[in-house]
Ligand binder design. Structure first.
Ligand code: BDR
Ligand code: CA
Length: 311
């Protein structure tokens, strides 16, 4: 069996591929998929998780809906990036995979309590569910092996000059998770911008299967967004990088560093302040991803979609 993982996500084009990778890579034992408001409202991100599982034939993994907005303040969604549905591009039929009738935080708590080994949490959206879990059940920290998240950046942001979307959407939750007594790894923009979905990658998806063609359509929509908003020649596939780190640490190299979440800065709220050069002289409190094995990453993603295609 692979590493036991709960994927906490806000699908989202890149979350969708993260679901496929986590569900199909043999190095991961996917125990649950939980959803949170972020890229779109909770009803839409949850519907999208069901759509992805339906189209990919992922039927044995419980899906639970979680928090509908950040710990404080209003929800900001990313309709400009992911569309009104949160997963614009392909036409999805009605989903047949259902959600369980349990809040995501309760599902995570129950899985942590009953699984024989400590579980790795992979959050790829705002950290509201995970912060709520650690606030409500502080003892659960001991049942979590590590938290490997997509969020933050060692450099600039993507929604504010210094803030990345997942962290800015709920900075208080991010700070609570970082201080929650569990080892945290940040896979931020500095590494996820190395995972560019080039036309060659899109062609590899297209050549696989009907599911591969859905992935290609998702990436084509995402690519148009990234060209329009940021001038990227190809879109970065953020969220699967966090899953890849769990699959094989050699795919995503990390350094240890002291990290703070900026909560007050007038222009920098939501920034991850990553002290890569120990200017502050404080002990490291996190791992921070710096380098992606790009060919290895894409081979793993394509292999996962291929495996799901032949099920
Ligand atoms: C993150 O924000 C979302 O739009 C993506 O799904 C990813 O998790 C990138 O900043
Ligand atoms: Ca996401």
């Amino acid at each position: 069996m692979g590493t036991p993982v709960i994927l906490d996500c806000d699908p989202g084009h890149d979350d969708a591929i993260a679901i496929l990778l986590a569900a199909a890579d043999p190095a991961v034992d996917l125990l649950a998929i939980t959803t949170v408001a972020g890229n779109q409202t909770l009803d839409k991100t949850t519907l999208n998780a069901r759509r992805v599982c339906t189209v990919a034939g992922i039927t044995g993994v419980p899906i639970a809906a979680g928090c509908a907005g950040p710990l404080s303040g209003p929800l900001r969604v990313a309709a400009d990036v992911h569309g009104e549905s949160g997963l614009d591009g392909p036409a999805f039929g009605p989903p047949t995979v259902e959600v369980v009738g349990e809040h995501a935080v309760e599902l995570i708590h129950r899985v942590l309590a009953t699984h024989p080994e400590p579980v790795t949490l992979v959050p790829t959206g705002p950290l509201t569910n995970i912060a709520t879990l650690l606030g409500r059940y502080p003892g659960d920290a001991a049942r979590i092996r590590e938290i490997v998240l997509m969020g933050g950046s060692t450099g600039r942001g993507n929604v504010r000059p210094y803030a990345e979307f997942n962290i800015l959407t709920d900075p208080e939750a991010a700070a609570a998770v970082l201080g929650g007594g569990v080892p945290v790894t940040f896979c931020g923009l500095n590494v996820t911008h190395q995972a560019l979905v080039t036309p060659e990658v899109v062609a590899r998806f297209t050549g696989l299967s009907e599911l591969g063609r859905v992935c290609a359509e998702l990436m084509t929509f995402f690519g148009a967004t990234y060209r329009r908003i940021w001038g990227f020649p190809a879109p970065p596939l953020h969220d699967p990088v966090a899953v890849a780190r769990v699959i094989d640490p050699d795919l995503v190299w990390c350094v240890e560093a002291y990290v703070e979440i900026e909560l007050r800065g007038e222009h920098t709220r939501g920034a991850t302040v990553v002290d890569l050069h120990s200017y502050l002289g404080r002990p490291a409190n996190a791992r921070v991803a710096t380098t992606l094995d790009v060919p290895g990453f894409w081979d793993r993603v394509i292999a996962a979609v291929s495996r799901l295609s032949s099920r």
